[in-house]
Design a protein around this ligand. Sequence first.
Ligand code: HPA
Length: 268
Amino acid sequence: MSGFGKECADIVRAARPDTYKVGMILGSGLGSLADEIEDAVRIPYSRLEHFPVSSVSAHASELIAGTLQGVPVIVLSGRAHYYESGNPSIMRTPLETLKDLGCEILVATNAAGSLREDIPPGNPMLINDHINYSGKNPLIGEEDEKRFTGMSEAYDAELRDQLKVAAGEVAEDLPEGVYAWMSGPSFETPAEIRMLKGFGVDAVGMSTVPEVIMARFLDMRVAAISTITNMGAGMQANDLSHDETKEMAPLGAAKIKKILRQFLKNMA
Ligand code: HPA
């Protein structure tokens, strides 16, 4: 089984030929990083067959090809989430496209709720492992043996080190932790958050994990960073809302952008 990555990659190559190195998925609040891309070609997802247009406000839906800090990058501004369609492999074609364009590295970003008092809203968290609490898997239905994808080192240790070094160089803290994928779109209950805490979870969100599984299946090296927008349900006075996510995401995102710029500069 395969998606339409080759066809989509051909469209991108025709618009801007290059050997791309890093693919990035920009979640809530990080879209503006795409504005910094030099020599940029922007292609709306609607022109790329099987690219899912996200219905979530604060998510654009375009692919941007260009260079960032001297590194040829493909940026996916906006992702589709499992909860929009019920399809966990909804990001298959976009990821195949990155791979076909030469991206060996995927950097995924998202907005997440924190379960750690020492990582309050407005801060980034580097994901070092995940728990797929949704029980869904984007590789269900794959037919060859590759579907038994190893996930022991899903979040590449060397990339994590490089991100930590970059964070140090721009004087930002970058705590690490475990991210749990809950399907959403409703937020968690306080009881679910207490359970996740007991499971060793540090942050919770509704995305990224299916993309990481798919990217590992495609043999990409993966790094992922959350922008913490709120404390988990029951850990803060007010109930959770998408408005809060949208309002808070840019705070941590500004720090993540600084770190990513330095990370790419060091790679160039
Ligand atoms: N839970 C799930 N997804 C989220 C949260 C949360 O608390 N915050 C931002 N995305």
